[in-house]
Write a protein that binds this ligand. Sequence first.
Ligand code: SF4
Length: 378
Amino acid sequence: MQYAPYSYSKIVLFNKCPYAWKLKYIDQIEEEKHPALKLGSIVHEVIAEYLKQIRDRGEQSNHVILEQLIKQQPASVKEDLAPFIPAIRDIILPPGVKAGIELQLGVDQNFKPCEYSSESAFLRGKIDYTYRVEDTIVIIDWKTNQFPPPQEVIEDDWQTRFYALLTGCFAPAEVTKFVIELNYLRHRKIRKLEIGRDELNRIKEWIIKNVEAIENEKNFEPSPGDWCELCGYHRLCPVVKPVLQSATSELAIPEKIATKEQATKLAGMLKVLDQVRDRLQRLLKEWISEHGGINIKGEVLDFHQVETFKWETPEQKSNLAKKLLENGVNQEEIWDIFSVNKTSVCSFARKHGLKDKIEEILSTGQRHVYERFCFKKS
Ligand code: SF4
């Protein structure tokens, strides 16, 4: 093993972009950490410190301690932490169980426990929060993503399985299942996955297959995709750099596309430019929120207020309907404004345990297919 120890993020980075992986793990070049990732680390630190303090006092929650910890943060961090505070306040340590906070786990090539920093460590990982209840180990992972992914994505997720395997290597034989809770703090949403002990061998196979691919890799080619947005090696990337140079030179953009090769090259350019655009937007948002808008030829780039109204609660919807009826609108016509869409119907069906009936439920609506010019995974 040239590159052990392996963590989940180490495996996953290789699957996304072998070139970024090489820069990080072989060349050991320090990456520029994206602000979203920096914030994620701060949120994790605050939660870990908070939980350690209340656990050591034998308490289940203590908002005074939490407020003190937040107060100690610099002003700019406090603001960034704000969206996560309600969810952190919701955390209640289960009574009478010994909880592990930021547990550092390591296992050797035989999947036997070893020290996290030992030379024989083959896999290792940090578990945000874990405890055991009878035959079940509960593993909690704090998530700071913008949006929680749908449950189907979680069902196929390997990160949760990786954690289950690591804890499984330490768990006594009486433990038969692992419940992984992904707590999406911004939205106070929890996604759960249950994994039986019998699944651990399949997880080992997945890890070994991935590790073999990494150990045998020779080329470490760059592989651009959605993940470039968070990549800390933009400036060194042989794909992004020339595209940026070409994009600023009009010569690189022909009057008309003549060959498929040229079209493919331009499509690649468009893909990278999309990611560069997202990145520029993020950087500018940060700068503008601190220093104010930027005027470019009479147009100001800033956070402009847009007025919008929502009718979310049943009461608001009923008041709207009443108002329209009072004003002579026909009852049949009122339905038109309470529009539903595929996403809302599907999530409603899932929430009410009707996942298997989704196709049937959708068939009550009118199907529309339209074309959108965009990149989509093949
Ligand atoms: S920008 Fe994209 S393609 Fe380039 S190194 Fe980073 S992840 Fe790889």
